[in-house]
Ligand binder design. Structure first.
Ligand code: LP5
Ligand code: MN
Length: 258
């Protein structure tokens, strides 16, 4: 794995799940982007920025909610290094989107050379190996042939398939045991040993936490980023990580007043 030099004060946020039905979350995210542009040295968004991403070609005729998000990303991308990762909802993010907003794409497992040492950053879904049905779905949709066939369909067809997949996913999750939808301890251990890092950061599970453990005779920390939900949850929630020479810290977002 190549290490990406990532000096200075990093801001990280994942699992925003932005879409046409998340105006309050989008508004909080746009404010967050502006704050990042002022205070951070780089901004990293390691997956599920979008609720469902059906292909970069949607930006050519972006609906208003998306145009606003793209505009905010573009303004941020013009002021600081902006990195986009792919999650399980937006695995189809590609170069067209990245270029349009002045971002670079993160590899699925990114080694970051930070002022706090080397950090392993990912979305996190790859470590949920107990969720066999999900891993089968992941293998299918990560297959380049499947992606080419999916992208060859019209936007309305793809939107309909995405809606169906979201519905089936929500139904499937109702009947899964909670532990199955968390990371697998061996998968985490392997990631620590293979990468050699002392700090791993990911999102996806919506279980924000700091886990301290010893693996291979070395102290390791796994930090889980929070998801954002300022439209349909009471109380609204969301947050981001600041990672600098002093290590990681997580902050809650403020819902917009008004
Ligand atoms: O996303 P979330 O939080 O609900 O649950 C995830 C896992 N589910 C997914 C599936 C996505 O939500 C689907 C939306 C992707 C939109 C992208 C657009 C491209 C369209 C793709 C069209 C096929 O990631 C869920 C995990 C959970 O995280 C916790 O880790 O458990 O995994 C599943 O729910 C997988 C299911 O168990 C089985 C697969 C259901 C989808 C079936 C696809 C049907 C396609 C129909 C097309 C006509
Ligand atoms: Mn996710």
């Amino acid at each position: 794995m190549n290490k990406l030099p990532m000096p200075g004060r990093l801001w990280l946020a994942s699992d925003l799940h932005l879409g046409p039905e998340t105006p309050a979350t989008s508004e909080a995210f746009l404010a967050f982007l502006q704050a990042a542009a002022q205070e951070a040295d780089a901004l990293l968004l390691p997956g599920d920025l979008f609720d469902a991403w059906i292909g970069d070609d949607v930006i050519r005729a972006a609906p208003p909610w998306l145009a606003a998000v793209l505009d905010g990303l573009k303004q941020a991308g013009a002021r600081l290094p902006l990195w986009l990762g792919r999650g399980n909802r937006d695995f189809l993010i590609g170069e067209e989107l990245a270029q349009a907003v002045g971002a670079r794409l993160l590899p699925d497992q990114a080694l970051l050379g930070t002022d706090y040492g080397t950090v392993l950053l990912s979305h996190g879904d790859e470590y949920c190996t107990d969720d066999v049905a999900y891993q089968q779905f992941r293998a299918m949709v990560r297959n380049p042939q499947w992606q080419a066939q999916f992208l060859a369909q019209s936007i309305p067809q793809r939107l309909a398939m995405a809606a169906q997949a979201r519905g089936e996913s929500m139904a499937a999750n109702q009947s899964k045991a909670a532990e199955i939808m968390d990371v697998n301890a061996q998968a985490v251990e392997r990631a620590f040993l293979d990468s050699g890092v002392a700090l791993m950061v990911h999102g996806h599970t919506h279980r924000p936490a700091r886990h301290v453990m010893e693996i291979g005779g070395k102290r390791r920390e796994r930090w889980v980023l929070p998801d954002w939900e300022l439209d349909h949850a009471q109380p609204p929630r969301g947050g981001w990580m600041v990672l600098d020479r002093d290590g990681p810290a997580v902050y809650d977002v403020e819902p917009a007043k008004g």
